[in-house]
Design a binder for this molecule. Structure first.
Ligand SMILES: NC(=O)C1=CN([C@@H]2O[C@H](COP(=O)(O)OP(=O)(O)OC[C@H]3O[C@@H](n4cnc5c(N)ncnc54)[C@H](O)[C@@H]3O)[C@@H](O)[C@H]2O)C=CC1
Ligand SMILES: CC(C)CCC[C@@H](C)[C@H]1CC[C@H]2[C@@H]3[C@H](O)CC4=CC(=O)CC[C@]4(C)[C@H]3CC[C@]12C
Length: 369
């Protein structure tokens, strides 16, 4: 017992800790970070599930707050040893304005960095995204690329632009002197498309399939490959990199790492069918019926309708020119940088990730869309 209290001395803060990824990071920290004494969970919207975590040996502090408010962030960061900054506005559908996306993703990240500097917090892990690299607006494929693969990263959409700016801020902050005189140590993780328990878009596809009588219609050629990564492995990578950042600051500081695991490379739709198939949906081949030019036209029409209807209502369908371009461009990563630098191995095998996700989709069955 004395030993346990001696070991438990670290305070971690997870921003966005009630989101899809954030919840997994929070739970993973409680399971796999034995040196944790307090876990602060900061989010705009706190989840009721946090209550059940408050009975364990780690003090779980729920903080309702907004990353765009510098004073709220500084208050939450003060006294924390490590910050894992996953909070972000993930919007590629036009639900939020570009200004709001920048405010949350860029200004929010600036606030987190400044809070670390002001309060003396030394270790910052940022959840970036593969989107900071691509796919680019030209639709160039990124095939089995790694952190050093040259790629023309040209973006226009506010989400990837904001993530790229925020990532750069985090990396540039590495080495800055924090309150107390020691250097800040930062790094960024770049997940590809995350899937697993709690994945809202998977839930939407599932309900859409149910509404269409158990069918989904193929829109994208099966030859277009996407890199996907299981949420539990992304969470595990955050826990591990946060730990190793403290041990190997010189090696890990200022670095970026793609998040990867053993999930197979497949088209976005074929990959989703790995889970939706066993839950009773089937993918109907419609390539001949829906040619790509027609999809582009529909996507452009959706964008126009979104713009025209904006004063009256929010029209934000899944299909728009940006999501179509991303869905239709091969983007896969193949790297071992995280293994070499901090000994990362996926915690969940593909089989395990798949069965956990299927179990979750089955549980979603019957729940309201
Ligand atoms: N979902 C995906 O496939 C990928 C996500 N990411 C990144 O991972 C991070 C987490 O994403 P998800 O869990 O998918 O999204 P999410 O929307 O489920 O979680 C984001 C969390 O941030 C919180 N948040 C948003 N604005 C906030 C604000 N102003 N102040 C405080 N909290 C705020 C939300 O309430 C939410 O709980 C994001 O930074 C995202 O860019 C990166 C790659 C892929
Ligand atoms: C109906 C269309 C033809 C197909 C729609 C699928 C799209 C909604 C999704 C295809 C690829 C997804 C993106 C990709 O996984 C990379 C991402 C990384 C992030 O950081 C955030 C999410 C996303 C942009 C993800 C969003 C949905 C897709 C565009």
């Amino acid at each position: 017992m004395a030993e346990a209290t001696e070991i438990r001395k670290l305070v971690y803060l997870v921003t966005g800790g009630c989101g899809f990824l954030g919840e997994h990071v929070v739970r993973m920290l409680l399971q796999r970070e034995p040196r944790l004494s307090e876990l602060r969970v900061f989010d705009l919207h706190l989840g009721p599930w946090l209550e059940e975590l408050k009975t364990g040996p780690v003090r779980v502090t729920a903080i309702q707050g907004d990353v765009t408010q510098a004073h709220e962030v500084a208050a939450a960061v003060a006294g924390a040893h490590v910050v894992i900054h996953t909070a972000g506005l993930v919007d590629v559908f036009g639900r939020a304005s570009p200004e709001t996306i920048y405010e949350v993703n860029v200004q929010g990240t600036k606030n987190v960095i400044e809070a670390c500097v002001q309060t003396g917090t030394r270790f910052l892990v940022y959840t970036s995204s593969m989107e900071v690299v691509g796919p680019n607006i030209k639709g160039h494929p990124f095939y089995r690329g790694n952190e050093d693969t040259p790629y023309e990263a040209v973006h226009k959409h506010p989400y990837p632009c904001s993530k790229a700016q925020a990532e750069q801020l985090v990396l540039e902050a590495n080495g800055r002197e924090v309150h107390g005189g020691l250097p800040l140590v930062t790094c960024a993780l770049r997940p590809t498309g995350i899937y697993g328990e709690g994945h809202q878009i998977m839930r939407d596809f599932y309900h859409q399939g149910l509404r269409l009588g158990g069918r989904l219609f193929r829109a994208i050629p099966a030859s277009v490959e996407h890199g996907r990564v299981y949420v539990g492995n992304v969470a595990w990578m955050h826990v591990l990199v946060a730990r190793e950042l403290q041990r190997q600051a010189a090696l890990l500081g200022g670095q970026v790492y793609f998040c990867y695991d053993e999930s197979p490379y497949k088209s976005y739709e074929d990959f989703n069918m790995e889970f939706l198939g066993p839950c009773g949906l089937r993918l109907v081949e419609t390539r001949l019926l829906v040619p790509y030019w027609l999809l582009m036209l529909l996507a452009a029409l959706n964008a126009l309708l979104q713009w025209l209807l904006r004063p009256l209502l929010l029209y934000a369908p899944l299909l728009n020119p940006y999501t179509l371009a991303v869905a239709n461009t091969t983007f896969t990563v193949s790297t071992d940088k995280a293994r070499r630098h901090f000994g990362y191995e996926p915690l969940f095998s593909w089989e395990d990730s798949r069965s956990r996700t299927i179990r979750w989709v089955r549980a979603v069955e019957g729940s309201a869309p």
